[in-house]
Structure formats: structure tokens, C-alpha cells
Design a protein around this ligand. Structure first.
Ligand code: SDX
Length: 436
């Protein structure tokens, strides 16, 4: 990655009659940044920013979010245009390479991904070590973390060829590993990938085909899932992507870094929200019970949150939720379940929340997870597979961000500092001299 950080001015800080200056770097879109890398050296102080809400951890050219406008760009292209006009592997190529592929590039990429979809036969042994009722995300963390034990020929992060193979292996094998986690949980035999199917149809078939009969993928449903995957692919420096970058900054192999990202995504405040949002809709159960849940969400003493609402960055409607909402209606119409009770609850909850002063004042809009759960359940996935599908799609963003970090001339091992407010330095006291 070529760095494009060019000083566009300076900002000064004055402390105890001493003034120091820091360069300002201009962004293509969004906030400029103050380069404070010399802050500690010049002032002896750190910044304090829990959750890094005001901190740019890196320079990136992959994704841009404008939280106030509610826009999301993948390499400059608006997410709604990509979701409507592109497909998973084309967007994956775009995120990895920075440009949409021409015909030859697309054919080469498709062929490479297709030929890496199978997993080592011994990888299957990992599944039988889990209980059948193990959460599929627990299986994903374990099995993906184990990949580095099988693919030693693509773990040297300093070799661009090995990084490319590892990147294609990760993207290609995630659907196979995810489908195997699902099959294992329902006691059905694993289904091999097929080279004549596109990425998402292949995944749907590996999940829903059985030995006794094959699975014909309904194009409306496969297209909807492909769109859902595109929406989930990348999202700047979110918690799981930052986890992948931090793990990768130590030189850890890409398979281990992706496993770390899966673990972070699992949290209900992050990727686990789609599972939590559907569980919440089921708990609410009917439109007339919505007001009591809205009151709980507003009560500071109640830990309940409206799952699928709010976002660290979006203070406007999540543009992915708009596309997700449309895909949800398309799937339910295609399946003839338009009057799905949960959809009625979701639409009424959205309507009420968007009018309620608490949510309006705090700018809490539905996020991508609000409608994805209803859609994924309609596609036939159990609730505990929702975050697995999120991880499948986000693997492209994680590996693209990891590659960018490795190639970034400014990258260092991540090592945040702290403000220490613990006990002052003191001497050891022998047991018999301590108070009772
Ligand atoms: C994802 O980072 C990413 O990009 C993530 C993601 C991605 O693609 O990687 O977009 C995927 O994780 C989407 C978010 C999924 N999570 C949920 O839907 C869980 C429910 N949402 C909340 O947990 C919450 O909104 C967060 C965690 C998403 C954001 O938390 P913040 O940053 O603390 O939210 P905030 O600062 O904007 O909150 C402002 C206020 C706070 O109250 P006050 O302290 O001002 O009194 O709104 C409250 C919050 O307590 N609030 C909510 C709420 N979300 C925030 N109150 C009720 N219900 C909610 N959902």
C-alpha cells in the first residue's frame, strides 16, 4: 500500500507555557487527522480515548463511512450500487485489489477461489470433538484457528505469494467450514463444495443438500444471500477488524488473525447482534408488547438494549439496513410468508422507535442487524448460524484490511498505553506485620 498522508497544515498544543506543533493530514473524505505520534516525546503525556472513538488507528483506502450522512463506500463505490449491481466475488476482488475486475481478472479470481473451497480431510476430525449442541461460532473460532496447522505453505507473511494464497484460501474455505459447522449441529453428513456453482449457491447447497436429494438453489434466495454477504463484507475499523489488525501487527499468521476476528465478532454488541435482535423480536412476540420493551430500553438502570438499533458511527440510518430491509421483503415475498409475524413486530418496532423522542434525540436508528435476522431465518438458517454468516462475509474485509496493514509503510506492532491510577509505589510487608 502506498501511503498518501500529506501534511495540509499544523495544529499546536500549549501546556505550561510550552507550545508544540503537530502535522495535520488531509483525508479524501471525512475528518482530517492530527499526527500525534510525537506527542509523548514532545509533552511526556498520552491521549486518553477509551474505545478509540476519536482515534484513527491507521491509514486505509478500503472503506469509508459517513455516520452523519449515512453513507458507506467500498473503494469509493456506494454500498447500495454494489449490492444492486454486483456480486460477492466481484466485490471481494474490489476490496482486495482496489478496482473492479475486468473479464480476465474476474475469471482468474473466480477460478482461484473455486479451487480452494475444499478443506483438508483431517480438518473434519475437529468437528467430532465438539458436542452437537456447541454454538457454531465456537466451532468456527476453533476450526479456523486450526487452519494454520494445515497450510504451513501460506503462513509466511513476508512472502507476497504466500499472502495471496492465504487470502484466497480464507475466502474460499469459510463457506465450507461454516456449512460443515451447520451440518454437524444437525447431525447430517458434510456436503462437498461443487466447482460448477457460484460462491453463494455453493454455500447454500453445502448447507441444505442431503445425501438423499440434491438442493436446487432458488435464485431469488441465493441472490438475497449474496446481497447480504456484500453488505457485511467490511466496515472500516470496527471491533473485529481492529482485532485482526492488532493480532496481525505482531506478525501472527493470517489464519490465527481471522480466528481472533471471529471471536471478537461474536459479541452481542457487535456481530452477535443479529442473533440477539431476532431473539428480542421473538421475546417481544407481538406488536402490543412493544411499548414495554421500548420503556426498558430507555431505562438507564435496565441493561436491556434494543438489539439491532444504534451504532458507534452511524448517527443516521445505516445504509445497509435500507438494502437489508428491501432484501427481507423480497425473500418473504418469494417464500410467500409476507405476513410473517416477526416482520410485523419489526416494522412496528422500527416505526415506534423512529418516532420516540429518546431514540430520535440519541440518533438510534436500525442497523444492519435489525432486518438480517428475519431474512436469514426465512432462508432456513437457525438463529445461532446468523453470526457465522456475518463472519463468512466479513472474512473478506478482515483479510483485505490485514493485507493493507502488512503492506502499510507506517505499520508498527500495536501497543496502546494507559493512564495508571492504581496504588503508588510501596514496599512489601511481611505477613506477620500486616493488619488483621
Ligand atoms: C455492528 O462498528 C461497526 O461498524 C459494527 C458493525 C460492523 O459492520 O462491523 O456495524 C456491526 O456491530 C452493528 C451494531 C450491532 N449492535 C447492536 O445492535 C446492539 C445494540 N446496540 C448498542 O449496543 C449500541 O448502539 C452500540 C454498541 C452498537 C453502540 O454503542 P455506543 O457507541 O455506546 O452507542 P452510543 O454512544 O451512540 O449511545 C448513545 C446513547 C447511550 O445512552 P447515554 O449514555 O447517552 O445515556 O444511546 C444509548 C446508549 O446507552 N443506546 C441505546 C442503544 N444503543 C445506544 N439505548 C437503547 N437501545 C440501544 N440499542
Amino acid at each position: 500500500m502506498k501511503s498518501d498522508l500529506n501534511p495540509s497544515g499544523a495544529v499546536s498544543l500549549t501546556q505550561n507555557d510550552k507550545t508544540v506543533e503537530f502535522p495535520v493530514f488531509k483525508a479524501t473524505h471525512g475528518p482530517d487527522v492530527f499526527d500525534i505520534r510525537s506527542l509523548y516525546k514532545q509533552t511526556g503525556a498520552f491521549t486518553f480515548d477509551p474505545g478509540f472513538t476519536s482515534t484513527a488507528s491507521c491509514e486505509s483506502k478500503i472503506t469509508f463511512i459517513d455516520g452523519d450522512e449515512g453513507t458507506l463506500l467500498y473503494r469509493g463505490y456506494p454500498i447500495d450500487q454494489l449490492a444492486e449491481n454486483s456480486d460477492f466475488l466481484e466485490v471481494a476482488y474490489l476490496l482486495l485489489n482496489g478496482e473492479l475486475p475486468n473479464r480476465d481478472q474476474r475469471d482468474w479470481f473466480d477460478s482461484s477461489i473455486t479451487r480452494h473451497t475444499m478443506v483438508h480431510e483431517q480438518l473434519k476430525n475437529f468437528y467430532s470433538g465438539f458436542r452437537r449442541d456447541a454454538h457454531p461460532m465456537a466451532i468456527m473460532v476453533g476450526v479456523v484457528g486450526a487452519l494454520s496447522a494445515f497450510y504451513h505453505d501460506s503462513t509466511d507473511i513476508n512472502d507476497p505469494k504466500q499472502r495471496l494464497i492465504a487470502t484466497h484460501r480464507m475466502i474460499a474455505k469459510m463457506p465450507t467450514i461454516a456449512a460443515m459447522a451447520y451440518k454437524y449441529s444437525i447431525g447430517q453428513a458434510f456436503v462437498f463444495p461443487r466447482n460448477d456453482l457460484d460462491y453463494t449457491s455453493n454455500f447454500m447447497r453445502m448447507c441444505f443438500a442431503v445425501g438423499a436429494e440434491d438442493y436446487e438453489c432458488n435464485t431469488v434466495l441465493c441472490d438475497a444471500l449474496d446481497k447480504i454477504f456484500i453488505l457485511h463484507m467490511d466496515h472500516e475499523q470496527n471491533a473485529s477488524t481492529s482485532t485482526v489488525r492488532l493480532a496481525g501487527s505482531s506478525g501472527a499468521n493470517p489464519f490465527a488473525c481471522i480466528a481472533a476476528g471471529i471471536a471478537s465478532l461474536w459479541g452481542p454488541a457487535h456481530g452477535g447482534a443479529n442473533e440477539a435482535a431476532l431473539n428480542m423480536l421473538e421475546e417481544i412476540g407481538s406488536v402490543d408488547r412493544i411499548p414495554e420493551y421500548i420503556e426498558c430500553a430507555k431505562d438507564k438502570n435496565d441493561p436491556f438494549r434494543l438489539m439491532g438499533f444504534g451504532h458507534r458511527v452511524y448517527k443516521n440510518y445505516d445504509p445497509r439496513a435500507t438494502v437489508m430491509r428491501k432484501a427481507c421483503h423480497e425473500v418473504l415475498d418469494a417464500l410467500g410468508v409476507r405476513d410473517e409475524p416477526l416482520l410485523q413486530v419489526a416494522m412496528e418496532l422500527e416505526r415506534i422507535a423512529l418516532e420516540d423522542e429518546y431514540f430520535v434525540e440519541k440518533k438510534l436508528y436500525p442497523n444492519i442487524d435489525f432486518y438480517s435476522g428475519i431474512t436469514l431465518r426465512a432462508l432456513g438458517f437457525p438463529t445461532d448460524m446468523f453470526t457465522v454468516l456475518f463472519a463468512l462475509a466479513r472474512t473478506v474485509g478482515w483479510i483485505a484490511q490485514w493485507s493493507e496493514m502488512i503492506e502499510d509503510p507506517n505499520q508498527k506492532i500495536g501497543r496502546p498505553r494507559q493512564v495508571y491510577t492504581g496504588a503508588p509505589k510501596r514496599d512489601y510487608i511481611a505477613l506477620h506485620k500486616r493488619g488483621s
